[in-house]
Write a protein that binds this ligand. Structure first.
Ligand code: UTP
Length: 290
């Protein structure tokens, strides 16, 4: 079955980026001239996704506004002959069929995903975490979709993280199947003791899930941090049916932390068609003073 639906959870509190995220959702933080979430929507669309559900909560209405038309602004831009920016403003409203639902209480990523049940129905679907931007030629989400089509199992986007960082992520039990694809049969969320670490491979930012995940989420008890963890539900899937993991290509930026935000902004600015050259010259001068 062709995967055409994606869910973007964007209902977290973003406490690591306060006070910037007090009134502004972290998903709307700009990476040069587009909000982070637009890069994520564009990645999904490039991977063949046509229908996207964004999970929001109170105070995140501007995400909805961003993917809407703005007639007054569009008229002003076109009457002033600003064709290029007009096209860009209109295009964000035409990327895909975008739907919104609110997670009424912040009870964790697993709980957020369960809010997508009626949108998803009985189909496999992609999940793109709203604060993980992945830049690359081959959209990461598309790499996972291809693995789903090949193996018929839920797929995790995986990367190795450092020993020091693994306690903040999940740790996966993996075995190589071919190239950058692994079989995953077990996982632990935020391992705190060395003996809990299954490998340094961790789930980062993307997955493709079968619809069975919703029944599993229904009986998943709150885990780490008292939240309903998606990892706990995926663990059940991995232990029973097995899952695969794709060590995806592409550069991931964690927009949920300050350093990740700055890395995304600097590296994207360097490649930007309008300001790239000037920014590089500025950065070289600045680097001399460091
Ligand atoms: P995080 O673990 O980064 O949580 O969520 P957070 O609340 O956004 O950030 P901090 O830790 O307070 O700084 C990972 C993804 O899951 C979504 C977030 O929006 C993010 O995309 N999420 C998390 C929800 O949609 N709902 C939740 O209840 C929790």
């Amino acid at each position: 079955m062709k995967i055409t639906k994606a869910v973007i959870p964007a209902a977290g509190l973003g406490t690591r980026v306060l006070p910037a995220t007090k009134a502004m959702p972290k998903e709307m933080l700009p990476i040069v001239d587009k909000p982070a979430i637009q890069y994520i929507v564009e990645e999904a669309v490039r991977a063949g996704i046509t229908d996207i559900l964004i999970i929001t909560n109170r105070g995140k209405d501007i995400i909805e506004d961003h993917f809407d038309r703005v007639p007054e602004l569009e008229t002003a831009l076109s009457s002033r002959g600003k064709t290029d920016i007009y096209e860009q403003v209109v295009s964000s409203a035409k990327l895909a069929n975008i739907f919104f639902v609110r997670q009424k209480e912040t009870k964790g990523l697993g709980h957020a995903i369960s809010c997508a049940r009626s949108f998803v129905g009985n189909e496999p679907f992609a999940v793109l975490y709203g604060d993980d931007v992945i830049m690359g030629e081959d959209p990461a989400c598309g790499q996972l979709i291809r693995a789903y089509e090949e193996f018929g199992l839920g797929v995790l986007g995986i990367k190795e993280v450092s020993k020091e960082a693994i306690s903040k992520y999940s740790s996966l039990k993996v075995e190589n199947l071919k190239d950058n694809i692994y079989k995953c049969t077990d996982m632990v969320e935020k391992p705190q003791k060395p003996e809990e670490i299954l490998s340094l491979y961790s789930i980062l930012g993307r997955c493709v899930l079968p619809p069975e995940i919703f029944d599993i989420l229904d009986h998943t008890a709150p885990g780490a941090g008292g939240e309903i963890q998606l990892t706990d539900a995926m663990k059940e899937l991995a232990r029973t049916k097995g899952m695969t993991g794709v060590d995806f290509t592409g550069k991931r930026y964690d927009m949920g932390n300050k350093l990740g935000i700055m890395q995304a902004q600097v590296e994207t600015a360097l490649k930007h068609s309008e300001i790239g050259e000037d920014f590089k010259a500025y950065l070289k001068e600045l680097a001399k003073t460091l």
